[in-house]
Design a protein around this ligand. Structure first.
Ligand SMILES: Nc1ncnc2c1ncn2[C@@H]1O[C@H](COP(=O)(O)OP(=O)(O)OP(=O)(O)O)[C@@H](O)[C@H]1O
Ligand SMILES: [Mg+2]
Length: 388
């Protein structure tokens, strides 16, 4: 048998807080969306009305997390205001037809409800009975709703939007929150669409690097031991995730790089682990790709790799110095500044280098890094490819 050493984890303090379904108490940079939800839904409590709301935004923009956080907090607030309210979350990728979605809702109230033998219409009536008996307002969240619409059209949404008119329940008993990456409203038929007012559509824009920084800083505080990731490395994570504006990518990379660091029994996540994690998620630097570069491009990448082996970012000035030393080492002619700069730009455009201009105390400078491959690995590859 292997002798597993019982080493203590040095990076991850609470793994649950990195999992996909954990929802933090606060969601940085989503105040606007949460306030809009509150403005729309407070009428449910104040004036017994219903609401139909649509949340839209691309991958990892916090739609699901925001809806969950809002429902949790709103239910509590409503109960303090003396209003009985409950909510049901249906993931329509998993429950992707009307019958399954209805079953999910009914079994929220009756854990042993049989999963066959009832039609959609019958389950609707049963749901209405539960709502009436309990005297609650029910918020139904149809997450990733496009899967349901694709399968079964918009009938269910239509039925819910006039749930009360069909006299299943008293007026103002059921609200809907639809969530989708795409504009799912486009696929609704007239009847279902008319219940979604213009003002009831809430957009979730892609996160920018500084917003992702806030999110990742919060998450590292919750999930990791203090000081196990520093500012520069958090910034690198945020910059990588910002290429897609995707908080999930940032958190996944944080988890992967934390695990890689623990494997090495180190106590700080460094840039190389982050690049390793990124390369695992989507490899970009293939052998062919590197071979297809010209000699100068290879040398510039090699110089970058050498500088980045133990740090998150370098600068153009520093890189140009290293580039000169490297060309001399290989006996290759050294380009002037303008040419050198052109190559930096084209390597950046190709996604092989990442560069961004930042303001510093003394002016502006360009920070350069690689994010798609560990610098050490890139160095080895280039050294074996470049001819002496
Ligand atoms: N503002 C935020 N603050 C803290 N964590 C966030 C924030 N936004 C997103 N997250 C986290 O990022 C991950 C992705 O968020 P979420 O699942 O809500 O995205 P989504 O918009 O529903 O994406 P998809 O369209 O793929 O379903 C989750 O782990 C979530 O907790
Ligand atoms: Mg989601």
């Amino acid at each position: 048998m292997m002798a597993f050493r019982r080493t203590k984890n040095k990076i991850i303090k609470d793994h649950k807080k990195l999992s996909f379904d954990y929802v933090p108490r606060e969601l940085p940079n989503r105040d606007k969306q949460i306030n809009r939800l509150f403005t729309l839904f407070r009428g449910v409590v104040d004036s017994d009305i219903s609401q139909n709301v649509f949340l839209q935004g691309s991958v990892g923009t916090g739609k699901t997390a925001t809806a969950k956080r809002f429902c949790l907090d709103f239910k509590k607030w409503a109960s303090e205001e003396g209003k009985k309210l409950d909510y049901i979350f249906v993931n329509c990728r998993r429950s992707n037809n009307n019958s399954q979605a209805m079953w999910k809702m009914v079994s929220h109230f009756d854990k042993r409800f049989p999963d066959r033998g009832f039609s959609v219409g019958e389950m609707m009536k049963i749901l209405g009975k539960h709502i009436k008996e309990k005297g609650i307002h029910l918020m139904i969240i149809l997450d990733e709703v496009d899967h349901l619409i694709k399968k079964d059209g918009s009938e269910l949404i239509y039925l819910f939007s006039r749930f009360d008119d069909e006299s299943f329940t008293p007026q103002g008993s059921v609200s809907l929150i639809l969530i989708s990456q795409k504009n799912a409203l486009e696929f609704l038929e007239e009847g279902a669409l008319s219940s979604f007012k213009r003002g009831n559509r809430i957009k979730f824009p892609k996160y920018n690097p500084s917003e992702l920084y806030d999110i990742l800083e919060q998450r590292s505080g919750l999930a990791l031991y203090p000081d196990s990731i520093k500012e520069q490395e958090l910034q690198l994570l945020a910059d990588i995730a910002a290429k897609r504006g995707d908080a999930r990518l940032g958190i996944e990379l944080m988890e992967k790089s934390a695990l890689l660091t623990e494997e090495k029994s180190r106590d700080k996540i460094d840039a190389e682990e982050i690049r390793h994690a990124k390369a695992e998620v989507d490899p970009y630097f293939t052998e062919n790709r590197i071979r297809s570069l010209n000699e100068q491009e290879k040398i510039i990448l090699l110089a970058s790799a050498r500088l980045l082996k133990n740090k998150a970012f370098t600068t153009t000035g520093e890189l140009e110095e290293q580039y000169k030393v490297t060309t001399e080492g290989y006996g290759i002619n050294t380009l002037g500044h303008t040419q050198f700069w052109k190559y930096i730009k084209s390597l950046t455009e190709e996604g092989l280098l990442d560069s961004k201009t930042v303001s510093t105390g003394t002016g502006r400078t360009t920070k350069i890094t690689v994010s798609d491959i560990p610098a050490e690995l890139l160095e080895q590859k280039l050294e074996s490819i470049i001819e002496r």
